[in-house]
Design a protein around this ligand. Sequence first.
Ligand SMILES: C[S@@+](CC[C@H](N)C(=O)[O-])C[C@H]1O[C@@H](n2cnc3c(N)ncnc32)[C@H](O)[C@@H]1O
Length: 278
Amino acid sequence: MEKITDWRQLWKELVAIKSASRSNGVSPAPRDPWNDRALAFKQGVLRRWQRPDSSRNFILSQLDADSTVLDIGAGTGSWAALLARRARRVTAVEPSPAMIAVLSASLEEEGIRNVSIVEGSWPEVYVEPHDFSLCSHAMYGAPDLEAFILRMIACTRRTCFLLLRAPSLDGIRAEAARHVWGQPLDSPNFTIAYNILIGMGIYANVLMEDTGLWKPRVSPSIEDAHRDLKRFLGLADSPEHDGYLLTLLRRRLRWRCGRYLWPPEVRSALVYWNVRDF
Ligand SMILES: C[S@@+](CC[C@H](N)C(=O)[O-])C[C@H]1O[C@@H](n2cnc3c(N)ncnc32)[C@H](O)[C@@H]1O
């Protein structure tokens, strides 16, 4: 019989691979990984948010005019601004100065005055308890997810919300992970986080976002896709799996309008629980 997976260890190992892959396989990772990307990130969220989605609708439906909300890893502040219009006060925790610069400018532009920005990393940073806490796609660099969640619970009076990537098991990255590592979970994600929560005795609710799979990745060439996939798997410096990965990409990428399209493979999962129930 198979052994039960050590989910905390698997999360930790995948965080380490992800963090090594950011260094591009050549030079050390830049100190602020968002330096040149913060504005583009904001524009990407604005584009996606032109369509309504069940995660935003559900979270907003839980708040009232007296609520306080903690937004962990607020990035360029799309969530903080959205929540601030419904709640009394929002605290936006964010470690990246580049993200904070865009976040402050956006709040200023929109005339939002009830968001306090705290520069720092979760779970180390100090904040007071809030009614609600949210972490949207900002936990993937934290090696100890249990410590991350325990600190979140300690700072939450009512409900914790996590938004996480939920990749399909038949995506290219999953297929590559299965070949290279013997299992298809290609990154710190929903499946692993949910099992860590169960290990903590938390049987959280899940709402799969109704917008379905994210727009597919695109690559200008097979060589670019190969470089990208190798970096993603932490294999930038190793030729060991090159033959397999190139064959996989040639089999699964589709040439459309002058570029290669990856099959769509990720959706968003909203995980939430009331801290008083556990
Ligand atoms: C993908 S962005 C998501 C931003 C925002 N939550 C959203 O959904 O639009 C991830 C953000 O989390 C921040 N982040 C990464 N690690 C963090 C940590 N340990 N504590 C707090 N924020 C973190 C990054 O600097 C970045 O701004």
